[in-house]
Design a protein around this ligand. Structure first.
Ligand code: UDP
Length: 235
């Protein structure tokens, strides 16, 4: 059946073709990986939770004027989205020091930053997703100056929309990763997902980690914290 053709299977999602060439169906899996796929596991109900959280965020962002690939969510693990030609960049926005930034700079995790950081990583598993600066992106012709400026502006806007929304739910947005692509009309849309797999989300009162770091770092209670995030964000 043409509709069931797998276009791409990634670590957390399967992309299926549909009978509309401009629309694909994403199937959210429970499988989890970390450290370039070296660590593998399953987080029960991660698929439905990540798709539900992504749907809430994308709807909120659309309302705020951010164009996303989201169309609808026909079942708890499935999302229909616009087909995009992805730009091979991971755009990371940071409000508080954590993860690779803390390690690279020797700054303790949880240190507030005096201003928001925007970083670019080249999306290539075989290279380990290296950090790039703007001049690499321009010289290697990964993305035009104009489009990179547009992406950066949108990434800050996403931060401005999600930070207060999450704060109202007692969640601190520490950092997050975004991906963008071009639709059939050449417009840049926000793609992929925004979920506990791609964000650092800490409890505002206790600073407990509620996101994928629980899996990456073997902190325990992974499923409980994903379920709690789902409750706070989607209800
Ligand atoms: N991130 C992601 N996919 C990646 C790398 C990072 O979604 O391949 C997210 C990660 O969850 C965090 C942010 O981007 O919210 C910054 O990650 P960092 O650079 O600190 O890398 P990590 O510590 O995850 O290696």
């Amino acid at each position: 059946m043409a509709e069931e053709r797998v276009l791409y299977e990634g670590k957390a999602k399967i992309t299926y073709a549909t009978d509309d060439p401009n629309v694909v169906r994403l199937y959210y899996k429970d499988s989890a990986t970390a450290f370039d796929g070296k660590k593998k596991g399953t987080i029960k109900d991660k698929g439905p939770i990540n798709s539900a959280i992504t749907e809430v965020f994308f709807k909120l962002l659309e309302k705020a004027g951010v164009a996303t690939h989201y169309i609808d969510r026909p079942s708890d693990r499935e999302m229909r989205v616009k087909m995009l030609r992805m730009i091979p960049l991971e755009i990371v926005v940071r409000n508080v020091t954590a993860g690779s930034l803390a390690k690279r700079m020797g700054i303790p995790e949880g240190t507030a930053l005096s201003s928001t950081i925007l970083e670019y990583y080249y999306k290539d598993d075989s290279l380990g997703d290296p950090l790039l600066c703007e001049s690499h992106i321009h010289a290697l012709e990964i993305c035009s100056k104009e489009n990179l400026a547009k992406i950066g502006k949108t990434a800050f806007k996403v931060n401005e929309v999600l930070t207060p929304f999450l704060a109202q739910r007692d969640i601190k947005l520490i950092d997050f990763k975004l991906e963008f692509g071009f639709d059939s009309e050449g417009e840049i849309l926000l793609g992929d997902e925004i979920s506990p797999d791609s964000c650092r989300l800490w409890d505002a009162k206790t600073n407990e980690k509620m996101d994928k770091d629980r899996f990456r770092r073997d902190l325990g209670q992974v499923e409980e914290f994903y379920a709690e995030l789902n409750r706070r964000i989607t209800s």
